[in-house]
Design a protein around this ligand. Structure first.
Ligand SMILES: O=C(O)C(=O)C[C@]1(C(=O)O)C=C[C@@H](O)C=C1
Length: 432
């Protein structure tokens, strides 16, 4: 399958639809128009919070932050979840968090029964076909494996850039996107944090994938003949120590993704080049494995987010995580970050991640008085991303966000979603 690529997206949306998706889109045009109208709020359905906090479904969809605007009582929160779930066309029994025999899936290994699989709680596509999941990379990329874990029966749609995967969902070319946000060795994938803010997709789940790297080359090539190693920068960072030992003289070069690096070597018949990629990429592109398990830490794991156009309804019957992003302005005083973090600490809510990024509209603020009357001090401005372990259906999370809203100028809930609880020991690390 051809990857969805970016230039067409940015230059002419119509043409990408025509070039890449002629057949599929022709089938969906009518349905899509109707669904877009629903997204824009042109639908009569509405719900009201049990204690009188009124809102429409469209409000919920456009910004989950509505829940932070008023505190609702603990007794009412389950009712809220049920009520909203019913509006969303789900009964509470519909959650699919179950043992999935992988022989029935497109992504699993035949014969293996996979343990607890995270699937999101959001509605399946109304056109009734297979869920289409956008990921960045080509077949054999770790992101493809993550998409398969998140949505075992899905159709994976390769995209050449992260931004394209976001747009594929926004344009109804895909139903979900699965994108990496952090790796245990390499740290955060900043680009995706920035894109989360730029786009209006919702986080509906997370999946963690053990990343097991191999050094791949054309059949017959020895490691002492390797003059160049190519791979995704994250993969190169995760194998830096091993590469120093295995190929100390080789030049290290960044590539779009791990599997594309393997494909490039095979396509161009490069005898002096090796790739850091998965065993599956070796199989797909006919390369040999020169070294197996070359990640610098055996427990190397990447966390991916599952994104959808609509949020899922937060619940309290399983562990949930919530991701927010906020920023503050100067007039909001000092110690904003301390105050925000204490809003969670006082309610015993654990934070699992905090990330700061340059403020997208105003990265630097000049303050103070210089000789010519201009400011002298340049304060860097930040946007903060926080993940915490609670569901937005819980009163303590709503109360914490109501407080956070007081200290900040901007607050958005990116999603409240089930945590990936797959037991570490059963993760199929050789799969990817
Ligand atoms: O290149 C790939 O195979 C990817 O899926 C991308 C990616 C990443 O962006 O972090 C995903 C998982 C690994 O951490 C290495 C690379």
């Amino acid at each position: 399958m051809q990857a969805v690529s970016s230039p067409a997206f940015s230059s002419d949306l119509k043409s990408v639809i025509q070039t890449n998706l002629t057949v599929k889109r022709a089938r969906y045009t009518h349905v899509d128009a109707k669904r877009v109208a629903v997204r824009c709020g042109y639908r009569s359905e509405s719900f009201s919070f049990p204690n009188g906090v009124g809102s429409s479904r469209a409000d919920w969809q456009s910004s989950c932050a509505i829940l932070a605007s008023k505190v609702v009582s603990a007794e009412n929160t389950n009712g809220l979840a049920d009520q909203v779930a019913a509006v969303n066309g789900h009964s509470n029994g519909s959650v699919n968090l179950s043992l999935v025999p992988s022989s029935e899936t497109k992504h699993g290994k035949p014969g293996l029964t996979q343990p607890l699989t995270i699937t999101d709680l959001s509605p399946a596509p109304s056109h009734g076909s297979t869920l289409r999941v956008a990921y960045q990379g080509v077949p054999g990329a770790y992101s493809e494996a993550a998409a398969g874990k998140a949505y075992p029966n899905s159709e994976a749609i390769p995209c050449d850039q992260f931004d394209v995967a976001f747009q594929a969902v926004e344009l109804w070319i895909a139903d979900r996107a699965v994108l990496p946000v952090e790796n245990s060795l390499g740290g955060s994938i900043h680009r995706n944090y920035d894109l989360l803010l730029r786009h209006r997709l919702h986080i509906v789940g997370e999946v963690q994938i053990p990343v097991h790297h191999c050094l791949l080359a054309l059949p017959g090539v020895r490691s002492d003949c390797i003059a160049r190693v190519i791979s995704h920068p994250q993969a190169l960072a995760q194998t830096e120590g091993s590469l120093n030992k295995l190929t100390p003289k080789a030049a290290i070069e960044a590539f779009h993704d791990t599997a594309a690096a393997a494909e490039y070597i095979a396509t161009n018949n490069l005898h002096d080049t090796a790739a850091v990629a998965s065993a599956r990429a070796a199989e797909l592109y006919g390369l040999q494995i020169l070294a197996d398990g070359i990640q610098d830490d055996a427990g190397n794991v990447t966390r991916f987010l599952m994104l959808a156009r609509d949020p899922i309804i937060p619940r309290t019957d399983r562990p949930f995580k919530t991701s927010i992003v906020f920023a503050a302005q100067e007039h909001q005083g000092t110690s904003v970050l301390f105050k925000v973090l204490s809003a969670f600490a006082f309610r015993n809510i654990s934070l699992t991640k905090i990330e700061s990024r340059p403020h997208q509209n105003c990265p630097v603020r000049v303050v103070g008085e210089g000789n010519a009357g201009g400011g002298t001090k340049k304060n860097f401005e930040y946007t903060f991303y926080v993940d915490f372990e609670a569901s937005m259906a819980e009163a303590r999370a709503q109360n914490a966000l109501a407080e956070v809203q007081e200290y900040t100028s901007f607050l958005r809930v990116l999603g409240s979603y089930p945590m990936d609880m797959t037991p570490w020991s059963t993760l199929p690390s050789q799969d990817v």
